[in-house]
Design a protein around this ligand. Structure first.
Ligand code: HEC
Ligand code: HEC
Length: 473
C-alpha cells in the first residue's frame, strides 16, 4: 500500500519529464516546419488571405513550361524568358515613349514566376483614354445612359495627342542628359477634355499558348450554343485582323478580346509598352501623332525597326509554352461549390473546358520575320483545357463599363475572364479594383445581373462553398 504511491509518484515525475521532453521536441518540430514552410515573401502573399491560402501549394506551377517538352524546346523557352525579363535600353530601342523597360515589369508577380500579373495597381497597369465625339448623339446624353453602348463611331481616341493608350514615361524624363533642354521628349498626358478613362490591370499569361490554339470555330460555337440555350446570357465573338496574315480571326486576348493571338499581342506590347518597333508595328508612339518627334530625337534613336523579328519570335515562344495553372485541392466543400457554380449559370459564361485544335502550333523561334515558320507541338494539340471562359464578350452593366470600344467590343462589354489560376490572383476585374472574390462577383451586372442576384440570395454556407470552389481553380 505504502509503496504504490511512491512508485506512482516516480512514474508521475518521469512521465512529467517525458511530456516536457516530448512537448519541447514537438514544439521545435512545429517551429522548424513552420519556418521551412514559411512562404518566400513576395508581394502576392501579403494580401493573399483574401484570394488564396498562405501555405506553400504543391500545385503551384506558375512560370513553369508545359509538360513533355524536348531539351531543345526547353532551351528556346529559357531564351525567351531571358528576353521577357530583360530591361531594354535606349540604344536597343526602348522608347522614345514607354510604360515599362521589360515585359517582366508588368507580368512579374510572384517574382519567381515569370509571366505573372502586375505587382501593383498603378505602375503596372495601363490606361486608355478617349472622348465622345462632340457631334455624336451619344455625347448629348448623360454618360451613364450611353456608356455601355459606345462604339468606335462615337469615340475619338486622341490619336493626335498620344492616344489611344497612355505612355507614362519617356527616354528624356528618365535620362535628362540625353538631349538638349529644348528637345526633351514629352510623355503622354490625358487631355482635360477626355471623358473616358480606363485603367487596365496586367493579367497573368499562364496557359496563353493553349488559348492561342483554340479554333476560331469553337469560340463561335460557344456563342451559338448560348444563343440557343441561354439567350439572355449569350456573348459575342470578336473579330479582328491578324497583322501578320492580314486576315480576320476570332479575338481571345486582352480584356475586350481585342487581340487574335499571342504573336499580335506581343508585337503590340513591344511597341506600346516598351517602344520597341518591329516590321508589324513600325511607328514610334509620340505624345502628338505617331512618329512625330524633332529630328534631334531621331538622331539618337537606333534605326528602325528596333527588332528585325528575333526578339518577337522568342518572346512569343516563351509565352506560348507557359504551363496553364494546375487545379488546387478538390474537397467535398469544393464539389458542393461547383454545383452552385453550375446552378447559378456562372458556368454558362465561365465555361469550364475547351479542347485545343488538332494542329496546335507555335511560331518557330528560329524563323525571324518576314518568313515565319510554324511548328506543330503535341503539347498544344488536342488538349482538353480548363480555362473557365467562353472567350466571348458580354455586356456587364454600368458599374463595370469603361466606355472604351475596342475592335467590335462596346463600352460595356468584357471578355469572360478565364478563372483558372484564380486562387493565385491578387487583383480582380479589368481594373484590379478589388482583391476579394465575393466583391468581384457582386460587381457583375448587365447580362450577369440575375446570376449575381441569385448568388447574393444564397445562404451564407452555400456562398462559402462556391467561394471554396473558386479558390480551388
Ligand atoms: C506597363 C505594363 C505592361 C508592360 C510593360 C507589358 N504589359 Fe502586357 N499587359 C499589360 C496590361 C495592362 C494588359 C491588359 C491590356 C488590355 O487588355 O487592355 C496586358 C496584356 C497582355 C497580354 C494579353 C494576356 C491575356 O490573357 O489577355 C499579353 C500576351 C501581354 N500583355 C504580353 C506582354 C509582353 C510580351 C510584354 C513585353 C513586350 C508586355 N506584355 C509588357 C501591361 C503590360
Ligand atoms: C454573362 C456572363 C457571366 C456570368 C453569368 C458570370 N460571369 Fe463572372 N465574369 C464575366 C466577365 C465578362 C468578367 C470580366 C468583368 C470585368 O473584369 O470587368 C467576369 C469576371 C469574373 C471574376 C473576376 C476574375 C478576375 O480574375 O478578375 C470572377 C471571380 C467571376 N467572374 C466569377 C463569377 C461567378 C462566381 C459567377 C456566378 C455567380 C459569374 N462570374 C457569372 C462574365 C460572367
Amino acid at each position: 500500500m505504502s509503496k504504490l504511491p511512491k512508485v506512482f509518484g516516480f512514474f508521475q515525475r518521469k512521465f512529467g519529464q517525458l511530456i516536457a521532453v516530448v512537448a519541447v521536441v514537438v514544439l521545435a518540430q512545429i517551429a522548424w516546419t513552420t519556418y521551412r514552410e514559411a512562404p518566400v515573401p513576395d508581394l502576392t502573399s501579403a494580401t493573399a488571405a483574401s484570394t488564396a491560402g498562405h501555405k506553400v501549394d504543391p500545385t503551384d506551377n506558375r512560370g513553369k513550361p508545359l509538360d513533355g517538352l524536348s531539351a531543345r524546346q526547353l532551351q528556346a523557352f529559357e531564351e525567351g524568358k531571358v528576353l521577357f525579363k530583360k530591361k531594354f535600353t535606349v540604344k536597343e530601342g526602348l522608347g522614345p515613349l514607354f510604360n515599362g523597360e521589360s515585359c517582366f515589369e508588368c507580368h512579374g508577380q510572384p517574382s519567381n514566376a515569370v509571366g505573372g500579373e502586375g505587382r501593383d495597381n498603378s505602375s503596372t497597369s495601363i490606361v486608355n483614354f478617349a472622348r465622345r465625339i462632340p457631334t455624336s448623339p451619344k455625347a448629348k446624353k448623360p454618360m451613364a445612359e450611353v456608356i455601355e453602348t459606345l462604339g468606335k463611331r462615337d469615340v475619338d481616341f486622341f490619336l493626335e495627342k498620344g492616344g489611344p493608350s497612355l505612355q507614362k514615361r519617356s527616354i528624356t524624363t528618365e535620362n535628362p542628359d540625353l538631349l538638349p533642354f529644348d528637345v526633351q521628349v514629352d510623355a503622354d498626358m490625358i487631355p482635360p477634355n477626355a471623358d473616358i478613362i480606363s485603367p487596365r490591370h496586367s493579367p497573368p499569361l499562364f496557359g496563353d499558348g493553349l488559348i492561342d490554339n483554340i479554333a476560331d470555330a469553337d469560340i463561335i460555337a460557344n456563342s451559338i450554343k448560348q444563343n440557343i440555350e441561354h439567350p439572355d446570357l449569350a456573348g459575342r465573338p470578336i473579330s479582328a485582323v491578324d497583322r501578320y496574315t492580314e486576315s480576320p480571326r476570332v479575338g481571345r486576348f486582352g480584356w475586350k478580346n481585342q487581340n487574335v493571338n499571342l504573336f499580335n499581342f506581343t508585337t503590340g506590347a513591344m511597341n506600346i509598352e516598351l517602344g520597341l518597333t518591329t516590321y508589324l508595328s513600325a511607328t514610334e508612339n509620340s505624345s502628338k501623332s505617331f512618329g512625330i518627334f524633332p529630328k534631334e530625337v531621331y538622331q539618337i534613336l537606333p534605326p528602325g525597326p528596333n527588332d528585325k523579328g528575333e526578339i518577337l519570335v522568342k518572346l512569343n515562344y516563351f509565352q506560348a509554352l507557359l504551363a496553364p495553372p494546375k487545379r488546387g485541392e478538390i474537397t467535398e466543400e469544393v464539389k458542393r461549390g461547383e454545383k452552385h457554380f453550375q446552378d447559378l449559370n456562372c458556368a454558362v459564361c465561365h465555361q469550364p473546358s475547351m479542347v485545343t485544335a488538332p494542329n496546335g502550333y507555335v511560331v518557330d523561334p528560329d524563323s525571324p520575320l518576314p518568313n515565319l515558320k510554324y511548328l506543330r507541338l503535341d503539347a498544344l494539340s488536342n488538349q482538353k483545357i480548363y480555362p473557365y471562359s467562353d472567350f466571348l464578350v458580354h455586356q456587364m452593366g454600368k458599374e463595370l463599363a469603361d466606355g472604351i470600344p475596342q475592335e467590335g467590343a462596346r463600352g460595356g462589354e468584357w471578355r469572360t475572364t478565364p478563372l483558372w489560376g484564380l486562387r493565385f490572383k491578387k487583383f480582380l476585374l479589368h481594373d484590379g479594383r478589388t482583391q476579394v472574390i465575393h466583391d468581384a462577383i457582386m460587381f457583375h451586372g448587365g447580362q450577369a445581373e440575375k446570376s449575381k442576384n441569385d448568388y447574393a440570395r444564397l445562404p451564407k454556407q452555400e456562398q462559402d462553398e462556391l467561394l471554396a470552389f473558386l479558390r480551388s481553380l
